[in-house]
Design a protein around this ligand. Structure first.
Ligand code: F6R
Length: 265
């Protein structure tokens, strides 16, 4: 696992964009379909803006790429502005020129959400593997919407959000916690581990405990983010605030400043 500690959220956005663009370009160069795994929420937004800038100004192309979301709320009607399908179209994929038909997410409006979860897992397995998966982390250590206690081997399924996550996400629903759905469809932690490269981004003090537990704590379902420790290619990109409780911060800085160019992301 590489931990990249950077001064500002903007620096984090640039490094995440580098890592995503690099993995996508490598996968395109190898030929065949390329699958990009996307998270929603605030953490990746600066990286997405940087990818959009490179697309507009530097000709970074995403033709041939399919996108798969990590998760979705259950019960929001299709087209709801806070459904993750809509959020990702608005924030990223429309402007990248990706046809909505190649931007996939679990169907949170399905009459049978359990079946929708199984169908999504199958779709992902048949289209995948995901070349690079962008991840945020919840203040309680959740990855995707795998809340503490989630099986480290889990696959896509229905989960129930903690009240903390509902209240953290109320800001997207005009501050109204009651408007945040209680249930979600989420890729499982085992599903997420199937991606070729995991890139987690976290900024701000509120994420400092979760980042330290995920990176340096024990491997445990009590901190779903700790599942990253099982994956052979993980890049954790954090600003100084989110990285402020990392015991080995000095070592991560030392490693970064002595990185061989050939190592890439
Ligand atoms: C969203 C997702 C969540 C978020 C996490 C952090 O698709 O999977 O795990 O990454 O809740 O959210 P923000 O970035 O809004 O703090």
């Amino acid at each position: 696992m590489e931990v990249v500690l950077l001064p500002t959220p903007e620096d984090c956005g640039r490094v995440v964009a580098d890592a995503v663009a690099g993995s996508v370009l490598d996968a395109l160069a190898r030929g065949g379909p390329v699958v990009l795994g996307l998270a929603t929420g605030s953490s990746p937004l600066l990286a997405y803006r940087e990818l959009l800038r490179r697309h507009r100004e530097e000709g970074l192309e995403f033709a041939g790429v399919q996108a798969f979301l990590l998760d979705e709320y259950v019960g929001l009607p299709a087209g709801h502005p806070e459904s993750y399908r809509e959020v990702i179209r608005r924030e990223l994929t429309d402007a990248l020129g990706l046809d909505p038909a190649v931007v996939h997410g679990p169907d949170g409006s399905a009459a049978d959400p359990l079946r929708a979860a199984r169908d999504y897992e199958q779709l992902l397995l048949s289209a995948g593997p995901v070349a690079v998966q962008v991840l945020g982390i919840g203040a309680n250590g959740h990855l995707g919407f795998n809340e503490p206690g989630s099986s480290l081997a889990s696959r896509t399924r229905v989960k129930t959000l903690t009240e903390q996550t509902r209240s953290d996400n109320a800001r997207f629903f005009g501050g109204d916690v009651a408007a945040v759905p209680r249930h979600v469809l989420t890729q499982g932690l085992g599903t997420i581990l199937g991606a070729g490269h995991l890139v987690l981004v976290a900024t701000g003090e509120a994420k400092a405990d979760a980042v330290a537990a995920a990176v340096e704590g024990p491997l445990t379902a009590s901190c779903p983010g700790s599942v990253l420790q099982l994956h052979p290619h993980v890049t954790v990109v954090v600003d100084e605030s989110a990285g402020s409780r990392l015991a080995r911060a000095e070592h991560y800085r030392y490693v970064l400043s002595h990185k061989l160019e050939a190592q890439g992301w």
